[in-house]
Design a protein around this ligand. Structure first.
Ligand code: SDX
Length: 429
């Protein structure tokens, strides 16, 4: 590399590629002209060394275990702020003043109701449908109800669509839960804060007054902060790619929700709790550690490992503290799943295999225990992840749409299929 360029020797050609520096973190080599100058593509199927975009929203230092939202450490935001403050920060780039925060809370609160016909839309699902299937369907269906905020070229419509999704996705999530347990939907209550409102929509029943537990509401609000955004993860990259074609924002967030569902991604919180239940006791842990290390066994420790974090996921530390807070508040003294989780973490962190591969607990390892204790069924864990990540997806979508250099994402490939050949009539095959 010389100066701000990097030289590639490709065959008899030497190609200069510009190097672009970020404000922090790795620089990038701009390879946009590589194909035109060499006739060759780069090849990086899992994007392990590929930056897909320039962004100013979230920064992760995987080796140091650092996560910043618009430059602010996740630990400080989780400690001092609330989820809607984090939403404002991610969407607009700065922490709100008291007046800005009050206005933002007011606007979000007054967008929490959904079109009454969406309740009928739910009737089309089986009661035992996975709530994530309902979320993918109902978020996508929002573009069938909110036509007046689907023109992505109109900044006002983009803002309304963003408000609507941050405000309405929790309502749809609560409806998905109520529908799965056969209880009536509960309307939002404007006198409650965002997360208390969500808890009430999930757990209130017409037969009695619902009293929000402030400790649980604060804990869930903090969990939402931890899950709000995470740079160019799989679901965010899905949202950006969908948005690059000009698809409406509701369709893009539905695509991101579908991607999040996978067990390697947001579905890991559900899978991690099921894994802890399958392990069952501390005595069974060595057997499962051996399975995780066995190359011939597809079993993986769910809630462990991360593409970027090669140190402890900073969110997992806060998650673990929140787990203890919630279990104490609920008077759950000895949760066998927590005992298994703590012992599993202790063993794994001292095991050569996990040390060598830098596998640490990630955000999904402890979240399931906490959410289960709060009364959510396992099938709702990824839905809660989607509720929180909606703001991150929207902030990243908004940044992409407002980037003047934005163009449709269209990767190429390494083709290893059949070279051209002629059609043979069926009688001669
Ligand atoms: C999230 O990207 C994000 O930011 C995501 C997320 C977000 O906020 O958006 O942080 C949320 O998705 C967290 C991750 C949740 N997923 C899980 O907990 C599922 C279990 N973890 C793994 O599937 C895995 O660690 C991934 C998918 C998270 C990361 O996979 P990578 O980076 O592609 O790593 P890899 O699969 O290439 O694994 C590297 C090595 C392999 O061994 P070798 O082939 O080198 O011998 O580590 C091993 C893997 O077999 N390995 C594990 C393991 N994870 C990786 N072995 C046992 N248990 C595990 N959990």
């Amino acid at each position: 590399m010389s100066g701000n360029t990097s030289q590639f020797k490709v065959g008899d050609k030497t190609v200069d590629m510009a190097i672009k520096e970020g404000s922090v973190g790795p620089a990038v080599i701009d390879i946009a002209k590589l194909y035109a100058q060499t006739g060759m593509f780069t090849y990086d199927p899992g994007f392990t060394s590929t930056a897909s975009c320039e962004s100013q929203i979230t920064y992760i230092d995987g080796d140091a275990g650092v996560l910043l939202y618009r430059g602010y450490p996740i630990e400080q935001l989780a400690e001092h702020g609330d989820f809607l403050e984090t939403c404002y920060l991610l969407l607009y780039g700065e922490l709100p003043t008291a007046a800005q925060k009050a206005d933002f809370d007011y606007r979000i609160t007054r967008h929490t109701m959904v079109h009454e016909q969406m309740a009928r839309f739910f009737q089309g699902f089986r009661r035992d449908a996975h709530p994530m299937a309902v979320m993918v369907g109902s978020i996508g269906a929002m573009s069938a109800f909110y036509h007046d905020s689907t023109d992505i070229s109109d900044p006002h419509q983009r803002m309304i669509a963003s408000m609507r999704m941050v405000a309405k996705v929790p309502t749809l999530a609560a409806m998905a839960y109520k529908y799965s347990v056969g209880q009536p939907f509960v309307y939002p209550l404007n006198s409650l804060d965002y997360t208390s409102n969500f808890l009430r929509m999930c757990f209130a029943v017409p037969a009695e007054e619902y009293k929000v537990n402030p400790v649980l509401s604060r804990a869930l609000d903090r969990i939402f902060i931890l899950h709000a955004d995470h740079e160019q993860n799989a679901s965010t990259s899905t949202v950006r790619l969908a948005g690059s074609s000009g698809a409406n924002p509701f369709a893009c967030i539905a695509a991101g929700t579908a991607c999040l569902w996978g067990p390697a991604h947001g579905g890991a919180n559900e899978a991690a709790l099921k894994m802890l239940e399958e392990i069952g006791t501390v005595e069974n842990i060595p057997k499962y550690i051996a399975k995780a290390k066995d190359k011939n066994d597809p079993f993986r420790l769910m809630g462990f490992g991360h593409r970027v974090y090669k140190n402890y996921d900073p969110r997992a530390k806060i998650m673990q503290k929140t787990t203890h807070e919630v279990l104490n508040e609920l008077g759950i003294k000895d949760d066998p799943l927590l005992d298994v989780a703590i012992e599993l973490e202790r063993i794994a962190l001292h095991d050569e295999y996990f040390i060598e591969k830098k596998l640490y607990p990630n955000i999904d390892f402890y979240s399931g225990i906490t959410l289960k204790a709060m009364g959510f069924p396992t099938s709702m864990f990824t839905v809660l992840f989607a509720v929180a990540r909606t703001v991150g997806w929207i902030a990243q979508w908004k940044e992409m749409i407002e980037d003047p250099s934005q163009k449709i994402g269209r990767p190429r490939q390494l083709y290893t299929g059949s070279p051209q050949r002629d059609y043979t009539p069926i009688g001669r095959r």
